[in-house]
Design a binder for this molecule. Sequence first.
Ligand code: HEC
Ligand code: HEC
Length: 291
Amino acid sequence: MSQAILKKLILPLPLLVLAMPAAFGQDPPSEETIEYFRLNCMSCHTIGGGRLTGPDLKGATERADEAWLVDFILDPKGVIDSGDPYAAQLLRESRGLVMNQTPGMDRTMAEKLVRMIAAESAKERSEFAGLQISDRPLTEADVRMGADLFSGAVAGANGAPSCISCHTVAGLGGLGGGRLGPDLTDAYDRLEGRTALSAWLGSPPSPVMQPIFKDHALEGEEVLALVAYLKDVAESEEVEAPASTLQFLLAGFGGSALLLVLFDFLWRKRYRATRRPLVEKLRRDTAVGTH
Ligand code: HEC
Ligand code: HEC
């Protein structure tokens, strides 16, 4: 056989190999699909990392067929309202929370996402398994570390912002924390304890926190420390509530006018120093996110 003919036979081989997975419908998900899932779905779903607000999607394509899943992603409320029994079961398991229709979702993207969920489910460990958080016992050191992360005395390893700029808890002293987010004194109980709160903090499904934390995520040990701290806060509050209420009342009779002036002054200063840059960063991030 001549060299020229050999080359003609061999050259197309790599092309053929590349084309094969596509021919069998198993082409790896595109960067676009992965990024889309990360931004729009991961705050509520892991693949193989347990339930968050929504169900763990590992094996979803075995529980329901792909066409059903595509229809559900396109219009969750529509499928639920149609009286579909599987949708009703999912809704019950999510305690009545209905998945939103994702803005800009179309059939092509829904199909790509379902194929990606199938491919990721087949993996030993999906990149969407989320943060794996240890279940070791919580310690006093965790509580202290959590308090420091909360107040910003220690910075998060990935640059996560301090919580105090937007949240307060009972017993903080001084001026307490920011008011943009809710008081977290009862967060440990409200979010139903260690597992759920850990998952929540690993990927906060909050429209305000998510854009900030997606590039500055808390690490597993930091999540544990914050959980330990919030648990401690919730438990101390149950014991100390009467005393601090009394103090509060006494302070109220004493210098309330003076305090008001002082608070106003300090708060304005503080807004300039910490809240404003954060809020501006948030605006920038959200603006980028919507493109
Ligand atoms: C705000 C939280 C939230 C977001 C964001 C979200 N989902 Fe859901 N998802 C849910 C909930 C809750 C359910 C369970 C059904 C219900 O209660 O509506 C669900 C159910 C599903 C199901 C069916 C699960 C099963 O086990 O059969 C699929 C598939 C799904 N979601 C895919 C997605 C995809 C893809 C995205 C991103 C485009 C997404 N979801 C974004 C909350 C969410
Ligand atoms: C830029 C402001 C901001 C920062 C910084 C921030 N949060 Fe939040 N957080 C919010 C807002 C706002 C909410 C309410 C949900 C929403 O509207 O997005 C919230 C909600 C929460 C909740 C849920 C409370 C509930 O009862 O549902 C928890 C828990 C929480 N934050 C913990 C933290 C922790 C821990 C930190 C620090 C690592 C932190 N947050 C930093 C703004 C912030």
